[in-house]
Design a protein around this ligand. Structure first.
Ligand SMILES: C[S@@+](CC[C@H](N)C(=O)[O-])C[C@H]1O[C@@H](n2cnc3c(N)ncnc32)[C@H](O)[C@@H]1O
Length: 192
């Protein structure tokens, strides 16, 4: 069974397998010790399980039921108890405010035909899921809270920064990794 940053992970063919984008987030987590963290689009649950090391409680969310089930299994496998996973389309079934919210967002344009497509396809333009997330996330951040978004340069980093500004957050690119035909970018948005 593969080990990521000390976490044992069971994988599933219909759930996103941690990759370069996941690792960029994992290596730059805003792990200021805190009370509550939310991992949107949790996939295998890896980011939520890593955040559970620093936060009192972590909520992981995914719209893919297979991801929610797998993340729960991975929490059990690692004996991590201060984490819960829920099936939700973005914030539909989330309440409360968090110190840190993470989202490694889907970004390709297209149509979702099977669960694994949810990991990559962000609607017809590729930005629909991300834009909706950016509009809604300020309502789930505590004052001084941070949102961490991983996306591809293909999806428009400037658009994300503008969207964050419009939503009342101060956005900043904090890490970047060059792959073959794109940059993977980590953007932090700070609540005032
Ligand atoms: C690129 S994968 C990232 C998975 C994991 N966080 C990681 O970094 O390895 C994006 C995840 O977002 C989920 N997702 C896509 N649209 C969503 C939505 N509307 N609400 C919640 N999760 C969503 C997908 O099912 C997928 O698990």
């Amino acid at each position: 069974m593969p080990l990521y940053y000390g976490i044992k992970l069971k994988l599933h063919p219909q759930v996103y397998e941690p990759a370069e984008d996941t690792f960029l987030l994992a290596e730059n987590l805003a792990m200021k010790k805190g009370d509550l963290a939310l991992d949107m689009g949790t996939g295998t649950g890896l980011i939520a399980l890593l955040m559970a090391r620093g936060f009192r409680f972590v909520l992981g969310v995914d719209v893919n039921p297979l991801a929610v089930k797998l993340a729960e299994e991975n929490a059990r496998l690692n004996g991590i108890k201060n984490v819960e996973f829920v099936l939700s389309d973005l914030f539909e079934r989330v309440s409360g405010r968090f110190d840190v919210v993470t989202f490694n967002a889907p970004y390709l344009p297209g149509r979702v035909e099977e669960p694994i497509d949810l990991a990559l396809i962000g609607g017809e333009t590729g930005r629909e899921v991300l834009d909706r997330f950016i509009r809604e996330v300020p309502g789930y951040l505590k004052p001084g809270g941070v949102v961490q978004i991983v996306q591809s340069s293909i999806t428009g980093v400037e658009e994300t920064l503008k969207g964050l500004r419009r939503a009342g957050l101060d956005g900043k690119v904090v890490a970047r990794k060059h792959l073959f035909f794109e940059d993977i970018v980590l953007i932090n948005g700070y609540a005032r």
